[in-house]
Write a protein of this length. Structure first.
Length: 268
């Protein structure tokens, strides 16, 4: 039995599995108490700096593409974060709107959005405390979503289930394998989930008509104390066989659905 619980409830006009693209500025519900800000740079192939209250939080060392960092801040309603790419030609402002009454782990993902390539856009999520590990699954790629599954390595059958973007899962502590199809390649990333920890899984990359503008797809997990990831290419027959095995294993699962926390996952 897969030890997963779906926690996804999107706040406001958002609904589970729906990306909101009509917002001029992103919003994030954050805590008025203890706050842990985690920023992951998903802006394709660009370094990025972050300015808060006229202070460069990156201390002159811009965050590399696919890099994540933690910041300890006392964030309040109305606060603004300004993000700039390495050449300072592209920027964007993230505004904090509301403050729920819980300790919070705040996740902010600056990225590049189709139709707004000259701006830094944002995806965000706020974790409230939970006894389980929580995993937010975010798609920062501008083309069609990738196929992705999660397997529980703590069980004998290691059965797997489909993993959907823009959702949040609660998982029991232990080892899990996340498999994603990136074009012609398959990548496997192992997640070592700890009780009460909050994780983010981000699909990155950039699809473009010109080959020189393409940034290869990838999958990052933060925080990560996992085993090295594996990437391989498989034939269509191998993929068909693997898919049949996963479908057979998933049919034996009875994953329980439980609303544990209220979360927001909104895109600009």
């Amino acid at each position: 039995m897969m030890r997963l619980s779906v926690l996804a409830t999107l706040v406001g006009v958002a609904s589970a599995g729906v990306r909101q693209s009509n917002l001029r500025q992103s919003s994030l519900e954050v805590s008025a108490k203890k706050q842990d800000l985690r920023v992951c740079n998903a802006f394709p192939a660009e370094q990025i700096s972050m300015i808060y209250k006229d202070k460069d939080l990156t201390d002159g060392e811009a965050m590399g593409y696919k890099e994540c960092r933690k910041f300890e801040l006392s964030i309040k309603k109305g606060d603004k974060f300004k993000f700039q790419t390495g050449n300072k030609s592209t920027s964007g402002v993230f505004t904090v709107w509301d403050v729920p009454e819980c300790d919070a782990v705040l996740v902010l993902v600056p990225h590049k959005r189709a139709g707004a390539e000259e701006e830094v856009s944002f995806l965000s999520h706020a974790f409230c405390p939970a006894k389980t590990a929580q995993v937010a699954v975010i798609d920062a790629y501008n083309d069609k979503p990738a196929e992705m599954t999660i397997a529980d390595l703590n069980t004998k059958d290691k059965a797997s289930e489909k993993l959907s973007f823009d959702t949040v899962l609660g998982v029991a502590p232990g080892s899990y394998a996340i498999n994603i199809k990136l074009g012609e390649e398959n990548k496997r990333v192992q997640l070592e989930a700890k009780a009460s920890e909050s994780y983010v899984v981000i699909h990155t990359g950039w699809a473009a008509h010109s080959k020189k503008d393409v940034v290869p797809q990838d999958l990052i997990i933060f925080p990560s104390a996992a085993a090295p990831s594996e990437t391989d290419s498989k034939s269509p027959k191998q993929e068909e066989k693997k898919g049949a095995e996963e479908k057979s294993g998933a049919s034996t699962l009875s994953a329980s659905l439980a609303l544990v926390a209220i979360i927001s996952l909104l895109s600009q």
